[in-house]
Design a protein around this ligand. Structure first.
Ligand SMILES: Nc1ncnc2c1ncn2[C@@H]1O[C@H](COP(=O)(O)OP(=O)(O)OP(=O)(O)O)[C@@H](O)[C@H]1O
Length: 699
């Protein structure tokens, strides 16, 4: 059944060819439903009158009641402006116009009662409202406008010059709301709406654009956010159900190597969390259904050991395993680290990266295809088509947000007949809300315990003025036998200025520590040179490692106890936390020194304060999400997160949890959505999948 929401926007009164073309090209809007899903991003509440005395530049919108004292024209050419001094009895502000000066000066008069609305700004020591709306006060002291709360829509520059500004959009929305009157079927069952006290859909659409009161606006937004999140979760959970029902997995039960390893080679007692997560993974691998599991564990929580224990079960059961990591340094480190155990257990292990020589690679690929290699560690070079296995049983992806869903599924198809089990590991903790959407298709295990004896890292925020103190602190730690990292930002590997910073830093460290062997590693070095320097540092031959963020992910040198981060304001929170995680990996007290310039932006200050205050990755991830917004978090691109139009994952965690619970509850009772009461959900999902109602795309 086609819906009015699917009708082309031509049916809307006032939508002429010029406006339609702007809606198409600027906003990708073609249908009435898409237009209605272009929500206001803020509202101007004209039910309240503010005062000059209490207003501040942080306010989005103010409405003032008073009179103009005088007008004057200032400046020339582009700087020419017309200023009205508006007095509301509590103070005076400047109303400023840069355009339409002639017209405004004709229209406004000194001493008349007006309402002035707009966004306040501070201008030197005084306050001004640029291009305010000015309206004569009616007899009751209010404006003539019939609307109490005005919607303000996102627009682009081209729309504004093409006369499709927020006001014009609001008129189109008004016609659209008029057209759909009573014709929008609800897509949530009555019972669910009553339970969660949700407004009916049609009413919510009207209220979100043209709210009668603030309370109704809030109820409308809640209803639409819930709907958006509910259908997102519904899709994820249904896909998962389908996959679980359909995708058989290799049954892995033979644990000879696991037993061997536990009895003879386990280097330390596993933490409770490592044991629990290993059990969860083993249960999946034995279940006969293909595993898709995410292991989340804060930096240094010991994910590698869990991954290795899973490899042992896969290899014992006669299959091969692959471990894919984001950098060559890390691949090399895992190859060295696991190699030690692999040798003892008779597991044949190989390393494949972009810099593996052709001759070595050809031999390796042949052995892999013949099933003679048991475990291969590598970078995305593993994804190449010619890398084929005899029987890949377990694919582990240490993803750190760097591999997308598409790449993940490429690894799945490395077997011809059956999908391997897939284990994704991530160290950057993702806020729970985001995990539910980004990784909603995976089962999640969390390693929420650090190995015994770890001391929380002490973090300080310093400026260049403390340079001497920093050097003497480094020296005292090195004298105790420890090692130090100094990290410089190199955001673009090609940035010359950044490279110069790094080199200058290296020179000044060499001058300060002429007696000590140093290492330097950056992205422009040849992979073999990087590995060589990393290995020297790792073995303790060099005491200070000056590096760019190439060492950010996964590098493990437990004897390093000091992490100095230069120009720390240029790093994001997730990255700072990752870098800090390179220390505190052994039993010794470790330190992180964040060095910034004196003057910091508000966001940079919050980032530094957060780092000093907490070592908890989840807390840091939450703050990061709030500062940056989910659209900007890497790894969210393919997930559908950016399709959220009204829900905000940083704010709406509670609604998401409720929506997910509701979706789970419904699917547990009625997985195929056959019951009468679930028909609204089903028909909405069906229509959407079949290109029906396009109230936005969710998948
Ligand atoms: N149960 C344990 N007891 C003591 N040490 C452990 C334990 N588990 C792991 N370790 C050690 O802790 C360090 C960090 O472990 P690992 O490299 O596996 O962490 P990770 O979770 O992969 O961290 P990252 O994400 O930072 O790479 C390693 O030196 C490892 O040998």
């Amino acid at each position: 059944m086609a819906s009015i929401l699917d009708a082309k926007i031509d049916v809307i009164k006032g939508a002429g060819p010029r406006k339609i073309s702007l809606l198409n090209t600027e906003l990708g809007i073609f249908t009435v439903g898409q237009l209605l899903r272009h929500f206001p991003y803020r509202y101007e509440d004209r039910t309240q009158v503010h005062t000059v005395a209490t207003m501040s530049p942080e306010m989005d919108f103010v409405q003032l009641k008073g009179k103009f004292r005088r007008f004057e024209t200032k400046g020339d050419g582009k700087k020419k402006r017309y200023i009205g001094y508006f007095d509301d009895g509590t103070g005076i502000i400047e109303a400023t116009w840069f355009r339409g000066i002639h017209w405004i000066s004709q229209k406004l008069a000194v001493g008349m009662p007006y309402l002035v609305c707009g966004k306040p700004q501070s201008f030197g020591s005084s306050m001004s409202i640029p291009h305010p709306e000015v309206e004569e006060q009616g007899a009751t002291g209010t404006g003539k406008s019939s609307l109490a709360i005005h919607p303000v829509y996102p627009t682009t520059e081209r729309m504004k010059t093409g006369t499709l500004d927020s006001k014009a959009l609001s008129r189109l929305q008004s016609s659209a709301v008029e057209i759909i009157k009573n014709a929008v079927p609800d897509n949530l069952p009555e019972k669910m709406r009553t339970f969660f006290e949700l407004m009916p859909r049609g009413e919510a659409i009207r209220q979100v654009h043209f709210p009668d009161t603030t309370a109704k606006l809030q109820a409308a937004r809640l209803r639409l956010k819930f709907e958006e999140l509910f259908f997102g979760q519904m899709k994820i959970l249904r896909d998962k159900l389908e996959r679980q029902g359909q995708t058989p997995g290799i049954v892995m039960e033979r644990a000879r190597l696991v037993k061997d390893f536990y009895e003879k080679h386990l280097p330390f007692e596993l933490t409770g969390a490592q044991k629990r997560v290993t059990r969860e993974v083993y249960a999946d691998m034995k279940s006969g259904t293909q595993m898709n599991r995410l292991i989340q564990g804060d930096v240094g929580s010991g994910k590698t050991m869990v991954a290795f224990l899973c490899v042992l079960l896969a290899v014992s059961s006669g299959t091969q395993a692959a471990l894919m990591v984001p950098t060559e340094i890390l691949a090399d480190q895992h190859f060295q680290g696991l190699g030690e155990f692999a040798d003892k257990l008779g597991i044949r292990l190989a390393l494949l990266t972009g810099s593996t020589r052709k001759r070595v690679r050809d031999k390796m690929l042949a052995e892999l295809a013949a099933g003679e290699l048991h475990l291969i560690v590598g970078t995305h070079a593993l994804l190449e088509d010619r890398v084929m296995f005899k029987r890949l049983g377990l694919a582990i992806i240490d993803e750190q947000h760097r591999f997308g869903v598409a790449q993940r599924s490429k690894l799945w198809s490395k077997n011809k007949d059956i999908f391997p089990h897939v284990l994704v590991m991530t160290a950057t903790p993702i806020p729970r809300t985001l995990a539910m959407t980004v990784y909603g298709d995976l089962d999640v295990s969390v390693i929420d315990e650090m190995p015994a004896g770890r001391k929380p890292i002490k973090t300080s925020h310093l400026t260049d003025a403390s340079r001497l103190k920093i050097f003497s602190f480094m020296r005292s730690e090195i004298q105790k036998g420890r090692q130090v990292y100094i990290v410089y930002p190199l955001i673009e590997e090609s940035s010359k200025a950044d490279l110069k910073d790094l080199m200058d830093g290296y020179e000044s460290v060499s001058r300060a520590f002429p007696d000590l062997p140093l290492s330097i590693v950056h992205g422009r070095m040849k992979p073999a040179d990087k590995e060589y320097e990393m290995a020297r540092f790792s073995k303790g031959e060099t005491k200070i490692m000056v590096a760019t963020t190439v060492i950010e992910v996964g590098v493990n040198v437990p004897n390093a106890t000091v992490m100095v981060i230069e120009n720390a304001e240029r790093f994001g929170l997730a990255q700072l936390h990752q870098l800090r995680g390179r220390v505190g990996r052994g039993g010794e007290q470790s330190y992180c020194l964040l060095i910034t310039k004196d003057k910091l932006s508000r966001d940079s200050k919050i980032r530094m304060e957060t780092m000093v205050k907490t070592n908890n990755g989840f807390e840091i991830a939450d703050t990061d999400l709030k500062l940056r917004g989910p659209g900007d978090m890497s790894g969210t691109r393919q997930s559908g997160v950016e399709d959220l139009r009204i829900a905000d994952l940083a704010q709406d965690g509670n609604i998401l949890r409720q929506a997910r619970r509701a979706a789970k509850h419904i699917l547990s009772k009625d997985p195929k959505l056959e019951s009468e009461e679930n028909q609204p959900i089903r028909s909405y999902l069906d229509q959407r999948n079949g290109g029906g109602i396009t109230w936005g795309r969710i998948s």
